[in-house]
Design a protein around this ligand. Structure first.
Ligand code: ATP
Ligand code: MG
Length: 397
């Protein structure tokens, strides 16, 4: 039996004249992944991308791996494995009987729906659905019932241009828009829970992600850096590739500790981080910054504190977690597979020399007055010179 993976468009169906640009991004991303799995013919028609093994005897495990990959491609609302039939009712029923019962194992109720994009097909959609439903009942006997209103599983028969496709239990796709359709963003990546989620969310909206991590060696360890690289590696499951830039804040933090009012440490540090991030973004022609901040989560994330940080940024700063509770962020982090790494207990540069009473309603004038006590420009230059980067690929050999 010939099988094919069907990937159904999400928001792309709404695109007008640009649609084919989005479609070619979807194909590019699927082909990149397929190249590691096996030989597939990948093409689109009627708001669906078809991923078809070239060798009909492809090992099931390779086919399954490709299916898993399709679930991580942004831009699809749903994915499913369908069995192919010739465009006549006899073959459609033959394939339905052969393919669908295993999909309905242990299921108590189903309904069958049909879609006919080939209007010349001899039967109407309701007729196709009724016949296919009858065929399923005839082979599954009394073990299953039809429930038209609230079935456990929906079986679909789609009569399309070339062939008919029969499938059951379509799964949710990754959603969002194709990678690259929304440009690039520079993710400030700490070792915490929130920033990988923020990166994922913007990648889902179509952004390629670069990451910037600040470290403070020897106050932060080699293992803390490894943890961040591991988080980036986990994000590449979705983004394909991430360049991780690393900048050292050690000297800045020591100078702040020795010269400035402790209550302002975090704010002062965050302004250094933001300014370095903007400079790096411009150097790499990245138009926006992304952080994992959530309003009011900690002292540096009050509205006033965020304004003080943003005052040094002259490019957009995206904060996709801004309106989310921690438990909502955690739920996404578990879903995308970064949570277990995020909770490894290594220190972050933001947690060394943390003030006992951080300012939650800072006034910008007071922050600037603190900055006047140090040679900010020289410190920025020194930190800038410490930068290096590594590129992480989803498939590393
Ligand atoms: P996270 O779980 O992402 O670490 P958090 O709640 O611990 O977030 P903060 O430590 O205040 O919050 O950091 C807020 C945001 O600032 C992070 O989400 C991240 O975008 C950025 N950030 C913090 N520390 C670093 C770092 N060492 N390197 C790069 N970015 C950082
Ligand atoms: Mg953090």
């Amino acid at each position: 039996m010939k099988k094919v993976i069907l990937c159904k468009y999400g928001e792309i169906v709404l695109k007008g004249a640009n649609k084919s640009r989005f479609e070619s991004m979807l194909l590019k991303e699927l082909r990149r992944r397929a190249a590691r799995v096996g030989e597939f013919k990948i093409y689109y028609a009627q708001s669906t991308v078809y991923v078809e093994p070239i060798d009909p005897d492809m090992p099931e495990s390779d086919f399954e791996e490709m299916y898993t990959q399709t679930k991580k491609v942004f831009g699809f609302a749903g994915v499913t494995v369908a069995a192919c039939a010739e465009k006549n009712m006899e073959d459609i029923l033959r394939v339905t009987k052969e393919y669908i019962p295993e999909k309905l194992a242990g299921v108590k109720t189903f309904r069958c729906v049909a879609k006919r994009s080939d209007k010349k097909f001899s039967l109407s959609s309701p007729e196709i659905a009724a016949e296919a439903g009858g065929a399923i009942l005839s082979v599954m006997h009394k073990n299953i019932k039809v429930d038209l209103h609230n079935p456990e599983v929906e079986v679909r028969v789609e009569v399309r241009e070339k062939e008919a496709y029969i499938h059951a239990g379509q799964e949710k796709g990754a959603g969002g828009n194709p990678l690259g359709s929304a440009g690039r963003g520079l993710l400030l990546l700490s070792g915490g829970i929130d920033s990988p989620v923020a990166g994922f969310m913007m990648a889902k909206r179509g952004m390629y992600i670069d990451a910037l991590h600040f470290e403070s060696f020897p106050y932060t360890s080699e293992r803390a850096r490894e943890k961040v690289l591991q988080l980036a590696r986990e994000l590449t499951e979705y983004t394909g590739r991430i360049r991780v830039h690393v900048i050292s804040l050690t000297h800045i933090q020591e100078v702040l500790r020795d010269n400035c009012d402790e209550d302002y440490f975090t704010l002062l540090l965050r302004r250094f981080m933001m300014e370095l991030a903007v400079r790096l973004a411009k150097e790499y022609e990245i138009p926006a910054i992304i952080t994992g901040e959530s309003l009011g989560q900690v002292a540096s994330q009050t509205l006033q504190a965020l304004c003080v940080t943003d005052a040094v940024a002259d490019i957009p700063v995206f904060r996709p977690c801004i309106g989310m509770d921690k438990d909502e962020i955690v739920a996404i982090s578990r879903k995308i597979g970064t949570f277990e790494t995020s909770i490894l207990p290594y220190e972050d540069c933001c947690t060394v020399f943390t003030p006992r009473h951080p300012r939650t309603k800072p006034m910008i004038e007071k922050v600037v007055a603190q900055e006047e006590k140090i040679d900010r420009a020289a410190l920025l230059e020194e930190a800038w010179d410490s930068r290096y980067s590594v590129v992480i690929h989803q498939f590393e050999d």
